[in-house]
Design a binder for this molecule. Structure first.
Ligand code: PLP
Length: 338
């Protein structure tokens, strides 16, 4: 069940293959496309998008790369997985769907969040594929719900996945994604980016990208657009995760000396004060991208990330002409899974 394949990261660091289990869920590489129309309107000379909405044929988005590592570990351990997330979360939906499809036992604890603008169809997927569902009113109830699951008389205690699946190990998926991008740059699909912009929820995605860009030695600025509270993701937690991920990789390559992380900024001005609360700038960015490029942004993550990018372009704060927006929101039709 647990497979290894030729992720660029595994090709460059074969010893990682032996050490780190991974399930093949995604189809890589995901395309890179120019976004000329938006670029023209926003005054970004060379704007590109990395289409991680297309990471898998049925259910894409950034969490596919995370789950390849998180689920493999769960299946290998033989323990049930326990996931806590807000209602309507893509992470919870992806865990439920892929967990069920790949034979992992995934139990879910869902808590309400104040604004529930985009519940469907993630909630329908969670209901259809989740094994054990527990609900609590606020994140404060999570430990109790976890304890309930723990004491249910299982032989093995559950493996509790971190919020959003973010860990040094699962970040390897995005370290490899950066190497995948480098192959696309080498083959002439796009120029090397001066700037990469990506949304930040739990921080695992951007941490992996930071580790990957460090391996590449690129002089690229990485901007994470924070859409969650500081307690969940902050500069310190992201950089720590990136360093730990890099350490796992370099150890497999028998390298003693570390590598510096690339320049990193965590942009917080587009958060809107509450996780999941749509903002005017986010709505406007989503409308523009839909109109000009035909790509759907969500209002919790990607709308805010693109709004931040457009804001920086307006303020003339781009480090160079070539900008890559890393798109993370699933674009596959989830109703087909119901
Ligand atoms: C669409 C989308 N983009 C970005 C993120 C943030 O990823 P991370 O939690 O790794 O920071 C998420 C997290 O669920 C997401 O659903």
């Amino acid at each position: 069940m647990v497979a290894v394949s030729d992720l660029p990261l595994f090709e460059q660091f074969p010893a990682l293959k032996e050490r780190i289990p991974r399930l093949e869920i995604g189809e890589f590489p995901t395309p890179v496309n120019p976004w000329e129309r938006i670029g023209r309107r926003a005054g970004i000379p060379d704007l590109w998008v990395k289409r991680d909405d297309l990471t898998a044929p049925r259910f894409g988005g950034n969490k596919v790369r995370t789950l390849e590592f998180a689920l493999a570990r769960g299946i290998e351990s033989g323990r049930p997985l326990l996931v806590a997330a807000p209602h309507g979360s893509s992470w919870a939906a992806a865990c439920a769907y892929y967990g069920r499809s790949l034979g992992a036992d995934v139990d879910l604890v869902l808590f309400r969040r104040p604004s529930q603008s985009e519940r469907e169809p993630n909630d329908s997927i969670i209901r259809a594929y989740g094994r054990e569902l527990r609900s609590c009113r606020t994140p404060i109830g999570i430990p109790l719900a976890f304890a309930g699951a723990w004491f249910r008389g299982r032989r093995l205690p559950p493996l509790i996945l971190p919020i959003g699946g973010a860990s040094a190990r699962t970040a390897l998926g995005y370290a490899s994604a950066a190497l995948e991008l480098a192959e696309q740059v080498r083959s002439g699909e796009m120029p090397r980016p001066d700037l990469i912009v990506v949304p930040v929820g739990s921080g695992g995605t951007v941490a992996g990208l930071l580790a990957g860009v460090a391996l590449l030695g690129w002089n690229t600025l990485v901007i994470g657009v924070r859409v969650n509270h500081l307690l969940v993701a902050n500069r310190w937690s992201v950089q720590r995760m990136a360093r730990n991920s890099l350490r796992v990789i370099l150890r497999a390559g028998k390298r003693r000396r570390g590598l510096p992380l690339p320049e990193f900024e965590l942009e917080a001005d587009y958060f809107g004060g509450e996780y999941g609360l749509p903002t005017e700038e986010g709505r406007e960015a989503a409308r523009l991208v839909q109109e000009e490029e035909g790509v759907k942004l969500d209002l919790t993550y990607t709308g805010k990330a693109v709004a931040a990018l457009l804001g920086r372009a307006r303020e003339g704060r781009l480090p160079g002409p070539t900008v890559l927006y890393w798109h993370t929101f699933n674009s596959r039709d989830l109703t087909k899974l119901l």
